[in-house]
Write a protein of this length. Structure first.
Length: 274
């Protein structure tokens, strides 16, 4: 069984340290983790480091299983493509990445299943260059899922989608995580969606993890003020879901969290001195 634990992860671009000292508890399969934080906090850089696309310090522990092809799959923010391929062809190539190009009947059936689940079967014959930003994002999700990853890193996968599609995709990814027993990390800006669809949250600011734990424990008025520099609070709505009520930019924004806290039942122990 694949698990995920980050041990003192860091990476830099040239001389600029963009991620530093990120350590997590063991992240279990069947869960969705929201990776949250302001713009340029280091979320994308962290994903690239976990996926092995960026060099750096620390280690990525996958539990008892060795890293194999497609163990970790990364879906970047930029899903644009200039390839002269149909949607279906691009997903076949994603499925066969690094292996024989001979396609089996069960692989084609799997592609059809994913297209149907994402409700984009009608795009199968379309050229990638003809698609809208939102359509390309959905195709990118299909290209990632068809590789059957054990750990899926999704960098703002709903940023180009309308509200209905955002909720549909996040609900679908939650079902995929639980149904296929995989680990899903989603970089996301909508904190209400994180509260509704994710099991836990990892908050990052200035390249450091400032909080980790159940979403209800991490996303609170202190985080809104100190990390996002806005005043607000979290309350239960009429459906019993937690949601954020914002009042505006904070006049009392404090300096960034100085210590990363493992927030959870019975735990207020700093993970690391920052």
């Amino acid at each position: 069984m694949v698990t995920l634990r980050l041990n003192d992860i860091g990476t830099r671009y040239g001389k600029v340290q963009v991620v530093s000292g990120i350590t997590t508890p063991v992240i279990q399969p069947g869960t969705v983790t929201a990776v949250i934080g302001p713009n340029a906090a280091g979320k994308s850089s962290l994903f690239k480091r976990i996926a092995g696309l960026a060099k750096g310090t620390g280690s990525v522990d996958l539990g008892a299983i060795a890293k194999e092809r497609n163990t970790i799959c990364y879906m970047p923010q930029d899903t644009g493509s200039t390839a002269v391929l149909s949607v279906y062809e691009s997903i076949i190539l994603a499925a066969k990445q690094g292996s024989s190009l001979r396609v089996k009947a069960d692989e084609l059936a799997r592609i059809d299943e994913i297209l149907a689940a994402l409700r984009i079967s009608n795009l199968a014959g379309r050229n990638l260059g003809e698609l809208s930003g939102g359509q390309r994002q959905l195709v990118a999700i299909a290209q990632t899922l068809v590789r059957d990853p054990k750990i899926l890193l999704m960098d703002e996968p709903t940023s180009a989608l309308d509200l209905h599609r955002q909720m549909e995709v996040l609900s679908f990814m939650r079902d995929v995580a639980k149904g296929q027993n995989i680990i899903v990390l989603i970089a996301i800006h909508d904190l209400n969606h994180a509260l509704q669809y994710c099991d836990q949250a990892m908050a990052i600011c200035d390249g450091r993890m400032v909080a980790y734990g159940p979403c209800a424990d991490v996303i609170d008025s202190d985080l809104l003020r100190d990390v996002y520099q806005v005043d607000g609070h979290v309350e239960l709505n009429s459906l019993g879901h937690r949601h954020i009520v914002l009042r505006g930019p904070s006049d009392q924004a404090q300096s960034r969290h100085s210590t990363a806290i493992l927030r959870g039942p019975g735990s207020e122990t700093p993970l690391a001195a920052q």
